[in-house]
Design a protein around this ligand. Structure first.
Ligand code: PXP
Length: 238
């Protein structure tokens, strides 16, 4: 099976919000991503709506049915939004106020598991596929399977921040073992966070992985890939 690519376009909206302009428009970015190789477009609707806004989710889901993967917390408000716009899939992630980015996988406590179970049931009733963002540990994979998730997205943050080759190998092994177990339990496996042009292949090579969700490295690369054209077009006008 060909490995799929989900492109996270949150930071297109970060740029737009910096000037409170109507552009760059995440819908335009989604069209570019989907016409150049992305299989899915990923957006994280945060409680503080600092980049992606609810209206972006509405327009993206309307324009690209079957291709929007929404990341959100398990709050009742986020559940309501997901049920309203019906993205292809929802990845439930932990969210802490003030965090710069998602810091790791979900923490399964009795309270959170009860809430997750409820949200997963509601999403399934609307035929929305559910992914849980988890650390690559056997315990968390088993919990995700018990809760009825369709997908686990393995957090690659620790892997992407490994300090040396030995640590990298150990973290890759954890990801491989987690993938094996998840597949045995009938879960589809995605990976994401901190993946870039240098570190992605070792993860992509793990048998049983089906999708890489990548944002920051692609969006930042696009600036330097596009800046020469943008500057020379302007100079050409003058
Ligand atoms: N997957 C999840 C669950 C995330 O929270 C993020 C970050 O928003 C990503 C993937 C993409 O991470 P990055 O922007 O570092 O590629």
């Amino acid at each position: 099976m060909t490995l799929k690519l989900g492109v996270n376009i949150d930071h297109i909206a970060t740029l737009r919000q910096a000037r409170r302009e109507a552009y760059p428009d995440p819908v335009d970015a989604a069209a570019v991503c989907l016409s150049t190789g992305a299989d899915y477009v990923v957006v994280h609707l945060r409680k503080d709506a600092r980049h992606i806004q609810e209206k972006d989710v509405a327009r993206l889901c309307k324009n690209f049915p079957g291709q929007i993967h929404l990341e959100c917390s398990c709050s009742p408000d986020m559940e309501k939004t997901a049920l309203k716009y019906k993205p292809f899939s929802v990845c439930i992630v932990p969210e802490e106020p003030g965090e710069v980015t998602t810091t790791g996988g979900l923490k399964f406590t009795p309270k959170t598991t009860k809430r997750l179970l409820e949200m997963i049931e509601h999403l399934h009733k609307k035929h929305i596929r559910v992914s849980l963002f988890v650390s690559p540990t056997a315990a968390d994979i088993r919990t995700a399977a018990k809760l009825g998730a369709d997908i686990v997205e393995l957090c690659t943050r620790d892997y992407s921040e490994a300090k040396n080759a030995k640590q990298t190998q150990k973290l890759l092994q954890d990801l491989a073992l987690a993938t094996l177990l998840a597949n045995e339990l009938g879960l589809e496996v995605h990976a994401g966070h901190g993946l870039d042009y240098h570190n992605v292949l070792a993860v992509a090579d793990i048998g049983g992985m089906t999708c890489m969700n990548i944002g920051f490295s692609i969006i930042t690369r696009s600036i330097f890939a596009g800046l020469p054209v943008a500057v020379s077009e302007m100079k050409g006008l003058l």
